[in-house]
Design a protein around this ligand. Structure first.
Ligand SMILES: [Zn+2]
Length: 424
């Protein structure tokens, strides 16, 4: 083989994802806040020691000795919490009151969308969210996979991403929809039936999907309610195909029937669930399916449509959401916390947890556990969400006590990701 060919061959066989020569391990950090929230409980007087990108010791500051060369960060008055986990983001979207979803999908180039997404990723991390489940590129193909690679390689700041790539919709069920005579790019991949779905699921996984997202119901036409899309058999097939490749499936669903089918198929979470009934939520609980209610998205969209929150009458959709959330809480279904951020501003991720506390009856402690240890458990991420030896050194220091007031999480003073202090 000639040298050039040999070099090209070596590049190919090295694989596109082979890591670059890695940076030296970060120096050990000793963080000395007023208190440590370990994912479950607040511990005043505790400190955390890191080694490389992991946590080495968590415990009483008085008994914690750091090895020579450790960098000590004094954090008086601050609470140290695990890096927050966003349950439902779209880094490739920006708020719909800036540009409608249709126009983002149809009129914005992928380069523009990716450039925006880099800013969104930075804002997300700066807000203390060190992990995000990014649930669909909404017409931007596999751009989320590249974004994730750029973050992992340290080229741009951002959270650790779990990406869903294109997402799956039944043919004809999604959008944008223009005239019936015009084929336009869709916000997700259309696939149907045994062969079509097997191929689409495997294709997405092969191109980098960590998660398969499926739309179990949607509006078939512009002015009608959502109705189921995929059949029960199709949903089963999607879940089985993804599961055999070690990927969970998440379902967009808001109708009782769409939610029921997705639950019986064995999805990990149901996103939105606006029309959920007590019976459906009980079924989800029984089958170990969590609800990610995305209350912030509905709240934002209602305001974009003219709702004067606090003064004007509540739109019917919001009233319906309050009823379904009451049923969800009554059923005991597990709640993942994710706001569908992208519909509203990236970096304002905390909005979901704040609304759940202020308007939907969660305590601040429940919401804080939700954003950390509960999201990690529900998303099967045992390496994060708590401050324990051996876990990733992803941490956020905030003013005040977020176990008492979730809004304290807005006062981010320090973000550490993988043992490295994130520059602001
Ligand atoms: Zn979404």
């Amino acid at each position: 083989m000639r040298p050039f060919l040999l070099a090209a061959f070596t590049l190919l066989t090295a694989g596109p994802l082979r890591a670059q020569p890695s940076a030296p391990a970060p120096p050990a950090l000793l963080l000395r806040p007023a208190a440590v929230f370990d994912g479950q409980t607040l511990h005043p007087g505790w400190a955390v020691l890191t080694e490389g990108d992991k946590i080495k010791v968590v415990g009483s500051a008085a008994q914690l000795t750091a090895p020579a060369g450790t960098r000590t960060l004094e954090l008086p008055g601050l609470t140290l919490v695990p890096g927050l986990i966003e349950g439902h983001s779209h880094l490739l979207l920006h708020p719909y009151n800036e540009t409608s979803w249709n126009d983002q999908v149809l009129l914005e180039s992928e380069a523009l969308r990716v450039a925006r997404a880099t800013a969104h990723a930075r804002a997300t991390l700066a807000a203390g969210f060190t992990t995000a489940r990014d649930l669909g590129s909404e017409g931007a193909g596999y751009a989320d996979v590249g974004l994730k690679q750029a973050i992992d390689r340290g080229l741009i700041p951002g959270p650790r991403l779990l990406v869903a790539t294109r997402a799956l919709v039944a043919t004809g069920s999604y959008g944008p929809k223009l005239s019936a005579d015009i084929e336009v790019p869709q916000g997700a991949q259309e696939a149907d039936g045994v062969d079509g779905l097997l191929r689409a699921v495997r294709e997405q996984i092969g191109k980098g999907a960590d998660i398969i997202k499926v739309y179990a119901d949607y509006r078939w036409g512009p002015n009608e309610p959502s109705r189921p899309t995929f059949s029960q058999d199709e949903l089963h097939l999607i879940v089985q195909t993804a599961r055999s490749a070690g990927r969970p499936v998440v379902a967009h669903a808001g109708t009782p029937e769409g939610m029921r089918r997705a639950t019986l198929a064995g999805v990990q979470t149901i996103e939105h669930g606006d029309g959920g009934t007590l019976e459906i939520f009980k079924l989800m609980k029984q089958r170990g399916v969590a609800l990610c209610p995305t209350v912030a998205a509905g709240d934002a969209v209602a305001q974009y449509r003219g709702w004067q929150k606090g003064t004007g009458p509540e739109p019917e959709r919001i009233q319906q959401k309050r009823l379904s959330m009451k049923a969800a809480l009554q059923s005991g279904v597990e709640l993942a916390i994710g706001g569908d951020v992208g519909v509203f501003t990236h970096g304002d991720n905390l909005r979901e947890a704040e609304l759940l506390v202020r308007e939907y009856g969660l305590t601040s402690l429940q919401a804080l556990r939700g954003l950390t240890s509960t999201n990690a458990r529900l998303f099967q991420l045992p390496d994060r969400g708590q401050l324990k030896p051996g876990l990733l050194a992803d941490m956020v220091a905030v003013s005040g006590d977020p176990t008492q007031d979730i809004s304290a999480l807005r006062q981010v003073k320090l973000v550490v990701k993988g043992g490295m202090v994130v520059d602001k």
